[in-house]
Design a protein around this ligand. Structure first.
Ligand SMILES: Cc1cc2nc3c(=O)[nH]c(=O)nc-3n(C[C@H](O)[C@H](O)[C@H](O)COP(=O)(O)OP(=O)(O)OC[C@H]3O[C@@H](n4cnc5c(N)ncnc54)[C@H](O)[C@@H]3O)c2cc1C
Length: 285
């Protein structure tokens, strides 16, 4: 289907882009790679009167790696992350998850800021930012603010962003060199959204016990979330067969699961347990 009639603007400064978004009282939308928004316009699931294209805004395409962590501009594309060899050590979990996002053509255009703003519960990277306690920097007509990932996602396709706010940067905390991590996803076909995925990491103390465990689950509930009950199973213990089995069991017992045309809630819960089990095996291998 063709797009609905709308106006289009391609500002060259952030201030101009924010002013354009603010000018329509919630009836204007930013467009980045267009990979989620264009289908929504075609299906009339979104009908803004104005599209504000972010592609000419300066400074939103940088990947910065420093002692205080990894910073990704909102217009960084999946392909940019895939191609950046530094991220293999600076943030291996992020890089591994991006390999599961969509297909080659979509990865050439889709952006990290677009994915986070869109907030599809089955999208991989919203789950990674929640698991890693990343911060999301945004700018709107009232100024700039930083939203912790845990407070950003409110439900399926619903976030803490105001209508005039633009995501500018995603900030990941530093990644220690010896950290253990795993990412596992189950999708019907390669490149599809996750039916269930687990992203996790932990550090090890001098005795080899897990500390600082972060376990995130994706595609199972209405929004990505960490599982504190599973993290409690891991912290202070050696990650062995018994701990892995217990973590999988607690995942199935505690995760919120949604039913849809692809899977029932009990199936998704079981799948979540299996993903956590496999991710832990890969983390400790
Ligand atoms: C066939 C297909 C398969 C896909 N498979 C997957 C998959 O497996 N996993 C996955 O994660 N994704 C998948 N996607 C989605 C893809 O990754 C999109 O690129 C991504 O979700 C949105 O990024 P975008 O840059 O294209 O955003 P757009 O489509 O341009 O925008 C999406 C939304 O975000 C808003 N927005 C965009 N940028 C900003 C910003 N900087 N600040 C504020 N709001 C902003 C827009 O207003 C819009 O509401 C798939 C898409 C397609 C078409």
């Amino acid at each position: 289907m063709k797009l609905p009639p709308l106006e289009y603007a391609c500002p060259t400064t952030l201030a101009e882009a924010v002013a354009l978004l603010a000018s329509r009282d919630g009836d204007a939308k930013a467009i980045a790679g267009g990979q989620s928004l264009m289908p929504m316009l075609a299906f009339r699931l979104a009908t803004p009167s104005l599209l504000v294209d972010l592609r000419k805004l300066p400074d939103l395409r940088e990947i910065k790696i420093a002692a205080d962590g990894v910073r990704l501009g909102a217009m960084v594309r999946w392909r940019d992350i895939e191609k950046d060899a530094r991220l293999a050590s600076a943030h291996p979990l992020l890089k591994a998850a991006v390999a599961h996002v969509a297909h080659y053509q979509i990865r050439n255009r889709g952006t990290i800021g677009g994915s986070i703003a869109h907030a599809d519960p089955a999208a991989e990277i919203p789950g990674i930012v929640v698991t890693c306690d990343a911060d999301i920097a945004v700018t709107g007509k009232s100024g700039s603010r930083v939203i912790p990932a845990a407070a950003f996602f409110r439900g399926a396709l619903t976030t803490a962003l105001e209508a005039d706010e633009i995501i500018t940067e995603i900030r990941f905390p530093p990644w220690p060199a010896r950290r253990r991590w795993g990412f596992q996803e189950f999708a019907r076909r390669r490149g599809d959204f996750a039916m269930a995925a687990a992203a996790l990491f932990y550090d090890e103390d001098a005795a080899g016990k897990a500390t600082n465990a972060h376990v995130g689950i994706i595609g199972v509930g209405e929004r990505p979330r960490r599982l504190p009950e599973v993290e409690a199973v891991l912290n202070g213990r050696s990650i062995n067969e018994a701990t892995i089995a217990r973590a999988a069991e607690v995942t199935c017992a505690t995760v919120d699961a949604q039913e849809d045309i692809h899977a029932s809630a009990p199936y998704r819960r079981a799948l979540a347990g299996t993903m956590v089990e496999r991710a832990l095996r890969s983390a400790c291998s």
